[in-house]
Ligand binder design. Structure first.
Ligand SMILES: NC(=O)c1ccc[n+]([C@@H]2O[C@H](COP(=O)([O-])OP(=O)(O)OC[C@H]3O[C@@H](n4cnc5c(N)ncnc54)[C@H](OP(=O)(O)O)[C@@H]3O)[C@@H](O)[C@H]2O)c1
Length: 368
């Protein structure tokens, strides 16, 4: 009997994998794109060399393809073995193309559900949704049971996650099924990551800021890149008074594994979020304190964007969009399950500076 994991090479899935493997009774099979050897290599890179033992196997697959991209023989074999399926694969291009997002997040999830519905033994499903399913809801307290589209969606990512969770809920509503839906907020860490490890939004944000100050950013002509640490003002379309919910991946993984440990019939959804939203002002202060010369100006719209502003918007638009919301997320159901787990540490300026990579030396030479 085995746990099948999709998304094991990703930021969230790789850490869940490491935590799931702490259970000596558990066999884990990671389904990923590329050869089994390549998937193994990418998982190892993501886990930065953590021990991998005999309870872990890798199979080639693609959730967007029939039979999840497996050979018929492997597909049949895994139908016989799988008793739990953690579906953590997804396309997280927050401002990506709709067709691609729907294919991976919605059709891919439909394929995964089809597989989970055909297993020889009842298959428990654990699904990685997102707080994004709340769409464009601007404010208020989002309940863990809320799932509706009355506020519409400002991005195809949000819509794709909403549609996928609808499918999961339909699947989970059928008799005899046991389903857990997790809705994490923006997952970050202050750990120093290996070069090959999957990135998280705070680090990506920090890297973009450094690119702008140090130069050498792909897509911006080098003539626009003068000396390192230049003074630069960048207008971004966000409100300095808004908040975003960041949550530490270490807490999120522990919360998810503990919550899923108690099987129960039916479907339960849980917000995996930080109890306190982070004011965006904190992020802006960090940038101005740690990167002298860099000024981020919050505006409603960026008229006639400079190349640097286009880079910021293109790279971070999906995250900046969160800054338009002041909503918060109820976590009552989560706490009912894991009330003994300490809340995550506060996300203060020092933590965020580390998460953005601002505590490290910058040896990157500017391009000439
Ligand atoms: N990161 C967050 O802050 C966050 C917050 C809330 C919810 N989530 C949800 O959590 C899930 C994982 O996010 P993440 O941050 O770990 O993303 P990630 O680092 O980009 O990882 C995505 C994973 O999905 C796999 N994948 C994508 N398309 C696939 C396909 N067609 N077939 C098989 N595998 C495929 C990727 O494999 P490759 O290595 O082959 O690309 C990778 O393992 C997503 O569903 C996301 O919506 C994430």
């Amino acid at each position: 009997m085995a746990t099948l994991l999709t998304g094991g090479t990703g930021f969230m899935g790789s850490r869940l994998l490491a935590r799931l493997m702490e259970d000596p009774q558990r066999d884990v099979i990671v389904l990923g794109r590329g050869s089994a050897a390549e998937v193994r290599e990418r998982v190892l890179a993501a886990l930065e060399g953590s021990q991998i033992n005999g309870r872990l196997r890798f199979v080639t697959g693609d959730i967007t393809r029939p039979w999840l991209g497996m050979t018929p023989a492997m597909h049949g074999r895994l139908l016989g073995e799988t008793t739990e399926l953690w579906h953590c694969a997804g396309d997280i291009a927050l401002m990506g193309r709709r067709e691609r997002l729907i294919r991976t997040n919605v059709l891919g999830t439909r394929n995964v559900l089809e597989f989970a519905g055909q297993t020889v033994h009842p298959c428990r499903l654990v699904y990685g949704s997102s707080v994004s399913v709340a769409g464009a809801r601007p404010d208020g307290l989002v309940s863990e049971d809320d799932l509706d589209d009355r506020y519409g969606f400002k991005s195809a990512y949000d819509e794709s996650k909403y549609q996928a969770e609808l499918l999961v809920r339909e699947w989970g509503a059928r008799p005899g099924r046991s389903t857990v839906v997790f809705r994490p907020s923006v997952l970050i860490t202050d750990e120093t990551l290996a070069a090959q490890a999957p990135r998280h939004p705070a680090l990506i944000f920090g890297e973009v800021i450094d690119d702008l100050q140090l130069g050498g950013t792909p897509g911006i002509a080098t003539t626009l890149m003068p000396a390192a640490h230049r003074d630069i003002t960048v207008r971004v379309p966000m409100s300095a008074n808004s908040c975003v919910n960041f949550v530490q991946i270490e807490y999120a993984v522990e919360a998810m594994v503990r919550t899923a440990a108690e099987p129960e019939p039916g479907l339960r959804a849980f917000h995996v979020v930080h109890p306190v939203n982070t004011p965006l002002r904190t992020v802006l202060d960090i940038i101005e304190n740690r990167r002298p010369g860099m000024v981020i100006k919050c505006v409603d719209h960026v008229m006639d964007p400079t190349p640097e502003e286009r880079l910021v918007t293109n790279t971070l638009d999906g995250y900046l969009r969160f800054s338009q919301y002041s909503r918060s997320y109820d976590r009552t159901a989560l706490l009912t399950r894991i009330g003994d787990l300490a809340d995550p540490q506060p996300i203060d300026a020092a933590y965020l500076a580390r998460a953005m990579g601002f505590d490290r030396d910058h040896t990157t030479a500017p391009q000439q």
